[in-house]
Design a protein around this ligand. Structure first.
Ligand code: TLP
Length: 363
């Protein structure tokens, strides 16, 4: 190990060409590591994690398990890998997985449920993305030997493509209880579970206590450059370790990433309310713009999805025009645009984005 001395400067490449002027609202995945994270990464004690010998990753895993009140946790390179490892761990080829139609695990992970785990997604659409037991129960296959079997329910909170909506704990608790009674497992795609916890004013341990497994991302609102975690029982995590390796996710001196993850985990949840306040401010101002519709009830966390159909232009046209004005946002449908707030956009940046948006619509 060759640690950088405490006096040596870790340069923060703030002036990256093309990225400094833009107000990047495409996602909270775009955040760059803080100088504190970069320092911790440079100085992290490391070892070979395939041998379980990376002290920084071991610390991160222990701390994540502790925060969620669970027996164990495992670091995975991406949220997508965390989700497919969980699905694979809980299912057999030919099983079905119940999921909301716009769930990330179904729409944006290349259908790894099918391609890798050999399972069928069984989907249902709910406007606010929040499933209830009455929507899930009819999708469960009868236990007949010649029928495909339902093995898993997967929920997402906050629900990304429904606009950052959050499961009320009594709803997700009931789903878990009833699913367990029916012999099913319940996985949580909690990529943004800390945002959900802040919205609810409850701890992540409380709101996830009944799930069989939880995936959360260090690399979204928490601001780490890379990495996600899977949390659950010791037995689950030991099986997950096997599938992580099978999928090529066994890493070596990965404490350099874990060091940033530890800072994200310890420090970032305390500032997420700022992102939520900025998202609300953005949503309320967007709702005043001519031709723009926002369902403000859905703006619960750091995601704002709005409809631009009243402008007479498509989402692709509006986002291309915004990009020319250095405001970046992704279309999520023909007339829908998604904007996310995060630690690299402050209130002043939101105000500037709104000035540009108004000018664009007026032009
Ligand atoms: N979401 C990304 C895109 O893939 C859409 C984003 O910009 O929001 N679960 C949820 C709920 C997610 O939103 C994401 C990423 C993931 C899982 C996957 O995480 P990664 O990108 O680390 O594989």
């Amino acid at each position: 190990m060759n640690p950088v001395s405490a006096t040596q400067t870790i340069s923060e490449p703030e002036k990256q060409p093309g990225s400094t002027l833009a107000i990047d609202l495409r996602s909270d995945t775009v955040t760059r590591p803080s100088p504190e994270m970069r320092r911790a990464m440079a100085e992290a004690p490391v070892g070979d994690d395939v041998y379980g010998e990376d002290p920084t990753i071991n610390k991160l895993q222990a701390r994540a398990a502790e925060i969620f009140g669970r027996e164990a946790a495992i670091f995975v390179p991406t949220g997508s890998m965390g989700n497919i490892v969980a699905v694979k761990t809980w299912t057999h080829h030919g099983d079905e997985v119940i999921i909301e139609e716009r769930g990330h695990i179904h729409q944006y992970e290349m259908d790894s449920i099918t391609a890798i785990a050999g399972c069928m997604p069984r989907t249902t659409y709910v406007e606010d993305g929040i499933l209830t037991w009455d929507r899930i129960e009819p999708l469960i296959r009868p236990k007949v030997y010649y029928r495909a079997q339902t093995a898993l329910v997967s929920l997402e909170s906050s629900h990304n493509m429904a606009g950052g909506t959050v499961y009320p704990p009594e709803v997700s608790d009931e789903i878990c209880d009833r699913a367990h009674d029916a012999g099913l497992r319940v996985h949580l795609d909690g990529a943004r579970i800390f945002n959900a916890a802040v919205y609810l004013g409850r701890s992540v341990a409380e709101i996830t206590r009944k799930f069989d497994s939880i995936m959360f991302c260090l690399s979204k609102g928490l601001g780490a450059p890379v990495g996600s975690m899977l949390v659950g029982s010791r037995e689950f995590i030991e099986k997950a370790r096997v599938y992580r390796k099978l999928f090529g996710g066994g890493m070596r001196q990965v404490g350099v990433l874990g060091a940033a993850g530890l800072i994200a985990l310890e420090k970032s949840p305390a500032r997420l309310h700022e992102d939520h306040a900025n998202a609300r401010c953005l949503a309320e101002a967007l709702a005043q713009l001519p031709g723009i519709k926002v369902d403000l009830r859905k703006v619960q966390t750091n995601i704002v999805i709005f409809d631009v159909s009243g402008t007479g232009r498509t989402a692709a046209e509006i986002s291309a025009a915004l990009a020319k004005r250095n405001v970046l946002a992704n279309p999520t449908g023909k007339y829908d645009i998604r904007m996310l707030t995060h630690c690299d956009v402050d209130r002043a940046a939101i105000d500037r984005a709104l000035v540009e948006f108004r000018a664009l619509l007026a032009a």
